[in-house]
Write a protein of this length. Sequence first.
Lengths: 164, 360
Amino acid sequence: MDLVNPGFGLVFWTAITFLILLGILRKFAWKPILGAVSEREESIKNALQSAEDAKKDMQNLQADNERILKEARAERDAMLKEARELKEGIISEAKEQAKSEGDKMIKQAQATIESEKKAAVADIKKQVANLSIDIAEKVIKEELSDKKKQEKLVQDMLGDIELN
Amino acid sequence: MRIGNLSAFILGILMIIPLSGFAKDNEVVESDKKFDPNEMIMHHVKDAHEFHIIDIDNESISIPLPIILWTDSGLTTFMSSEFHHDDNGTVVVEKNGGKFVKLHEKIYQLNEGATAVEFDDKHHPVNASKPLDISITRNVFMMWVSVLVLILIFTAAARVYKRSEDKVPTGIAGFIEPLVVFVRDEIAKPMIGEKKYKRYMPYLLTIFFFIWINNIFGLIPILNGANLSGNIAFTCTLAVFTFIITTFSGNKNYWKHIFWMPGVPVPMKIFLMPIELIGIFTKPISLMIRLFANITAGHIIILALMSLIFIFETVAVAPISVLFSLFITVIEIVVTAIQAYIFTILSALYFGMATEEEHH
């Protein structure tokens, strides 16, 4: 029966020893060990969470990039179209302007030519008139150099007047 | 082919070792005239006042341990070596005005005027009384050794965490951490619950490693099987701690389940009350007996198998005894961890029951 009869001495020492052991290990072992383990678990959890967040951010960023690229492409297309239209506008305008300018210049030129022509014709007429007068003068001088001729002329003239 | 050679070699060694040991042990047996396996086993399983190491030429070599007694005349202390290995009450030690004898590892104080212990026909001393004995016995001594080892191991592990910046377990912490995490994740969390387990962690961890290391120390032959965790005083104390913590952490829901079981008819409530009340006490008692019986049984089996050699008084039994006790020892190594685990998980279960919230 001795075997199943708890002896006081051992109960006494076990209780004291266990309480001291519990106190020491609690302060110097369990607290730091459990603290470190949970701290590390926390940091792993956080790391995984931030990795997940980073992944999400990355996806967002990618979506953003795609959107921006799309927008940029659309903008570029729009700009190109605008530029083309602008170019065509400018060209046609320039053409029109050039045409009207040309027309104007042609008209002016024509007017100038016309006036020059008139002036030239007038000049020629004048010269012809002068020339004719000179010739007539010379012819008359020649004709009236002798008396017979003068008389004949007078006769002719008189004859003409009579006819009239 | 290699395996065959190896097993033959091991078998050979197993044959030789007991043979060489036998010659010496035989002398002892012969000198003791008669080998009493019961006495030998009980001597090993029970506590002792000296740390007996070996007998050489009938001369005991042992470490004396202090004897501390609380007698009528106050605290009395002396070394157990003063009994000169006597365990039959023949050597009388006089200290502090009292006469003391050691009889079957119990210290008796002789009554006033008596000079030698006298026995009745049942071999009980008639003229002596037992003073309060708080000696540092073999078990207490081994307990302190185990405490020292535990403190060294775990403070060293704790230092690893303190030193390292990234809290990576290296060295001894790498060995300790899985065990600590096991107690937390496999014992405390499932049994007590995620919310409340933290309060009980120091107790559960301490009790787990304290029981485990003492189970292991009990298996080391040179320590003469200081059978601490197979001593009912030890298991009783730990069970009482579990009982106290369970009782004091019991919430309203816990006591309601004991005194007025919800969800059953009134006659059933009255019927269940005494059963539940007894249940409060049977839980720690089962803890106490389970650990004590498992560890003591293991020791008794190993010692009994060894005793066979001396009972049959033939070498031929030795290989069988050694092989079987080797087999049992290997099982016992597993049992050391299993029993520590069971004691801890059941303690955690009781704490969990005491703190469980009402289900809706």
